[in-house]
Design a protein around this ligand. Structure first.
Ligand code: ZN
Length: 616
């Protein structure tokens, strides 16, 4: 009995500890937030790190507190760990989100290690908490001010330049999409957010507002809003967005009714942004269109800046929703794309799900996260310089709400274009014994020469064919790879192939460094056949091969050759390598020091090494 009583007391204390040490009854203005976050950073050096993404018009820092189990161990994000962010208060007078983010930061840090849900979340997710994207507006805004009463942004909705930040992002329908237009006319806060969004692999984001109670999802804007009313503007990932909005709204016992503030009627407590009202230049659409991040906007209270004594109630209403939404970072499937040969990560690879016109791309560590609803899907992976994958099937099971599980990283291996790595070497073709022609034809060949162009695969087969047919006097080797991964083959012809012999000179022919200058390439293939067939049958050839190691490189620019067109007389297509560099202007120059400093192409580097190392 006594034991039970002690357990009960312990249980009560354990729940009390969870919320206990946090003051939920007041707002933290700019200075107080800064002080609190610095204290959290000092108290939890293994878990919390204060960052700033830039400054406001009036010079306030745009603070973000990173909460992650990776902070202590060198701070580098663990491979595969997804990034999440909450951004609040971009309308400076919408203050509930600001308060919730400040509470959430304390809650996560104080309960890490004691509350299982918090510990799992912080271990599995890189969380970034931004209480205010508009600290200047927040300083002007006044507690208790529910609605906009002053004009010209005086109430703190806008930034210090009087600009509404949630109309200040580049717009897909109304702005030009070139680089200059993306940057022109942006406020400092907007530019800081844009840079932060596009330069980090965020997966999911919550954008916290006030003035209504609803979860609103992309698109926020439509191409042509009707003259009266508004219309639904579906994003390609509409199903995912509806699910995400529902995740937040359904755990919020007021929001889910959809009828909270005057005039509201949001079935399920969610709405398509444009259907509610068109917001050109919003942050939510920018995330989706310019990064891999999916963002939902949460409107948290009818009154934009309610009195502080309302905050404990707001925390209770939103706590479960805030957690479930962060946990939704683990929806869908995830993986890592690597080079099949080297195992190195492939960055900027595209993950394209069939039937959804929206791709995500891999990080420079090859990682990707694809938020998806439950179901069976197929996807492909594409990357520059690689062969695209066949459709891969994936079955997504997100489990029950609130019982998320971290997903495995699928490893997807990509084969380089033109890489012979996985293609088996051509099967050996034995000499045709039925043709007893040991005498050379009048033209010096044993067999009909092929007077036609050999593309890369044919060229490769040709070299291996003859090297196998005449193994005692020839061998194929590669000195490296082109930009697109094609081997740079050399055929050596010698009575002792592979050996450097004392006093025996070595000779080389290199053709086709301008990929569209193709005759030399074919001449060398014919020459190789001529020498190999003539050895032992033609006295001059036999003497030459016995006294000289002959190295034949039919192409130094196989990528260019593949791009070039037969019949082209004066053109440039294929002249350069696949980086657009003229290889015959790419070697160090004895006179021109500028060329000495230009970057050497892979083909040039390979052959420079070859020439200086092998004394051919
Ligand atoms: Zn707002």
């Amino acid at each position: 009995m006594l034991m039970l009583a002690i357990l009960q007391v312990a249980a009560v204390m354990a729940t009390a500890v969870a919320d206990g040490a946090i003051d939920f009854s007041r707002y933290h203005k700019y200075a107080a937030t800064e002080t609190l976050f610095r204290k959290l950073e000092a108290d939890y050096p293994q878990l919390a790190k204060l960052h700033t993404i830039g400054k406001s018009v009036e010079g306030r820092e745009l603070y973000v507190l990173r909460v992650s189990s990776d902070v202590g161990s060198g701070a580098e994000r663990s491979l595969g760990k997804p990034m999440f962010k909450y951004v609040a208060n971009m309308h400076g007078n919408e203050a509930v989100g600001h308060a919730l983010v400040v509470f959430l930061a304390q809650y996560l840090l104080q309960n890490y290690g004691s509350e299982e849900r918090v510990t799992r979340l912080v271990n599995a997710t890189d969380l970034w908490l931004m209480p205010s994207l508009n600290p200047d507006g927040f300083e002007r805004a006044r507690e208790g001010q529910c609605y906009i009463v002053e004009q010209n942004g005086g109430e703190g909705r806008a930034n210090a330049n009087g600009k509404d930040l949630n109309r200040n992002f580049p717009d897909q329908f109304h702005d030009r999409q070139d680089r200059a237009s993306l940057l022109r006319g942006r406020e400092p806060e907007t530019l800081a957010a844009m840079t932060w969004i596009v330069s980090n692999p965020f997966v999911l984001s919550g954008n916290l507002h006030g003035g209504s109670v609803v979860a609103s999802y992309p698109f926020d804007d439509s191409a042509k809003p009707p003259l009266f009313g508004s219309k639904y503007s579906a994003a390609p990932d509409d199903a995912v967005f509806r699910r995400l909005a529902t995740t937040y709204a359904s755990s919020h016992r007021v929001m889910r009714t959809g009828r909270v503030c005057q005039g509201d009627n949001f079935p399920g407590g969610i709405t398509n942004g444009a259907k509610w009202y068109d917001v050109p230049g919003g942050m939510e659409d920018f995330n989706y269109l310019h990064s891999n991040c999916f963002e939902i906007t949460m409107e948290l209270s009818c009154c934009k800046f309610p009195a502080g004594n309302k905050l404990p109630g707001e925390w209770q209403l939103n706590k479960e929703s805030l957690f479930r939404f962060m946990e939704a970072t683990h929806m869908g499937f995830r993986g890592r794309v690597v080079d099949d040969e080297s195992g190195e990560p492939v960055g900027e690879a595209v993950i394209a799900v069939d039937g959804i016109e929206h791709n995500v791309t891999t990080t420079d560590r090859g990682e990707f996260w694809r938020l998806m609803v439950d179901g069976k899907f197929s996807f492909r992976v594409h990357a520059h310089g690689y062969v695209s994958t066949e459709p891969q099937s994936v079955e997504v099971d997100n489990g029950e709400e609130g019982k998320w599980k971290a997903k495995e990283m699928k490893v997807i291996r990509l084969r380089r274009e033109g890489s012979p790595a996985k293609a088996p070497e051509p099967a050996p073709v034995m000499p045709d014994k039925s043709v007893p022609s040991s005498t050379l034809r009048p033209d010096g060949f044993l067999k009909d020469p092929e007077f036609e162009y050999h593309h890369f695969e044919e060229l490769r087969s040709f070299l291996y064919f003859y090297a196998r047919l005449y193994p005692n006097i020839s061998r194929v080797y590669s000195i490296g790879k082109s930009v697109q991964g094609r081997e740079l083959y050399v055929l050596e012809i010698s009575d002792n192939p592979g050996a450097h012999e004392l006093l025996k000179p070595e000779f080389k022919y290199v053709a086709n460094m301008h990929g569209n200058e193709a005759v030399g390439r074919e001449m060398l293939l014919l020459l190789a056949q001529y020498l190999l067939e003539g050895y032992g049958r033609n006295e001059t050839i036999t003497r030459l091969v016995k006294s000289t190691s002959i190295h034949i490189m039919p192409t130094m620019n196989p990528d260019g050759f593949e791009a070039a067109r037969e019949g082209d007389k004066q053109g440039y297509t294929g002249r350069e390598n696949s980086h657009g560099q003229d290889l015959n202007r790419n070697f160090p120059d004895q006179y021109d020091k500028r060329i000495a400093k230009t970057k050497r192409q892979p083909e040039t580097q390979v052959i420079s090494r070859y020439v200086t190392s092998s004394c051919v």
